[in-house]
Design a binder for this molecule. Sequence first.
Ligand code: HEC
Length: 183
Amino acid sequence: MSRQVFAIWCKTCPPLPVILINGMSSYANGKQRSETYYWWSLLLGFLLALAYQTVAQNISPVHSATSSHSGAKALAAQVHRGENQYASNCAMCHAQDLSGLDPAPALTGDKFMRKWQGKAIWDLYDKIRKTMPQNDRGGLKSRVYVDIVAYLAKFNDINIGKRELRDDQNLLKSIPIAKSNSQ
Ligand code: HEC
């Protein structure tokens, strides 16, 4: 059964058995139970079915496609925030275009990539959050450091996936520093 067919089945079929079983069991005991009870249990079955549908919708392939789309949008927003943060906290030493201003080295180009290639995004993040801005080491919020690292990665065409970076050591250690086109 393909995923799509399964998703459609999930959305339509389970409510029916739930309603039927509920209705039948109260009908079988109908003599002892009042009619009100019967209708209430039908309603309960219907509500359960509705709740089930909501869950089924959340696991459907259509939904996961939209959530990876919103992940990409969140990442784009993060890169944009990082660009602004870089401009106000780093550009005075490393230059607006990341080309460096002596003694601050370039944060882009061959020399930069040769130095960082093969390390993890975590290493770059850790270096920056502990030693930068050089005149206010560790002075920014970790959110801001993460946003700036996302910007540096995108600027250098480093493949960081399609989701926002987070201040999460395991996540950042799992992302190698490598050019998108070399993968
Ligand atoms: C006051 C000037 C100054 C500011 C502001 C500054 N840096 Fe630096 N940065 C330097 C200098 C000087 C070095 C070289 C010495 C070192 O590596 O610690 C450096 C080194 C670096 C390195 C290591 C580069 C390499 O390949 O060795 C990175 C990455 C970096 N800075 C990122 C940043 C980021 C991101 C910011 C903004 C949050 C920032 N810097 C703000 C002066 C600055």
